[in-house]
Ligand binder design. Sequence first.
Ligand code: ADP
Ligand code: MG
Length: 308
Amino acid sequence: MSDDAIRIEGLRKTYAGGKQALKGIDLNVPQGSIFGLLGPNGAGKSTLINILAGLVVKSAGKVSIWGWDQDRNPRQSRASIGVMPQELNLDPFFTPRGALEVQAGLYGVPKRDRRTEEILELVGLEDKAEAYARTLSGGMRRRLLLGKALVHHPHILVLDEPTAGVDIELRQMLWRNVRRLNRERGMTIILTTHYLEEAEEMCDEIAIINHGEVAARDSTVNLLGNIDAKTMVITPEDMPEVLPEAPGIKAERRDGGLIALSYKARETSAEDVLTLVRERGIRLRDVRTEQADLEDVFLELTRSRPAA
Ligand code: ADP
Ligand code: MG
């Protein structure tokens, strides 16, 4: 097979009622990567994921999963992928152990090949193995959904907005586990998010989806490194009378004794900005850089490069 875990060609989805959620997606996801699908709400990310998962029927196009054509080899393609859905749909009458066993049964995993205990431990639910799902917290349910996605030992793990509305502890635990599955088992990971920072931190490659189309696709470094507008926010020991400005560096006072310095990364380096600050004799108590948000990214991308 090719080196792609997923290959998508001309994928379209029009929902009953006429909503065109996907308008011809071409996308490949390399084996072994952590791949981010980044896009605002309503972009079509879940539609794409749910087609991969076999939960939504595509209107047109070709999807191959781990080399298996989804239409010609539905069983093999389904066995190659595990999906943690965005919706928290769990049967309230199952315990985590029961839910994992049932799921393994659905995928035809023989009893001797089941790793229920190992998965319970991986998602941190070993203490809750016998608790009914309805008594689990939102975070625990999400972890159980991750466990369910893993029962059949898929090559590819897909996470649809895994951290939307979860607390920071669970978020970090999820990311630790995802990185481990990627590094130790070579699992290909696809995740959707509408947080730029999350995509930037986690992913090797990113596709930006907007209005059912791929707006851009590149390595994380190339894609987000291209974003030109940067802001450095400094906290001076004493607020200077004259703000540190120079050609290419604009300064603005912010509440709380802060100064925001904006510049274009292609023309000015962070070092240039810091040099200017030092030249003006400003002593720093704190420095941080500010991320462009997703809207800025879209603006940048549509201005600076043709749509992919
Ligand atoms: P995302 O996951 O990026 O937020 P979705 O794939 O959920 O986007 O939705 C893409 C578009 O398709 C949205 O306009 C949404 O309202 C619409 N949509 C999603 N699911 C359905 C459905 N079952 N029936 C009709 N329209 C839908
Ligand atoms: Mg979604």
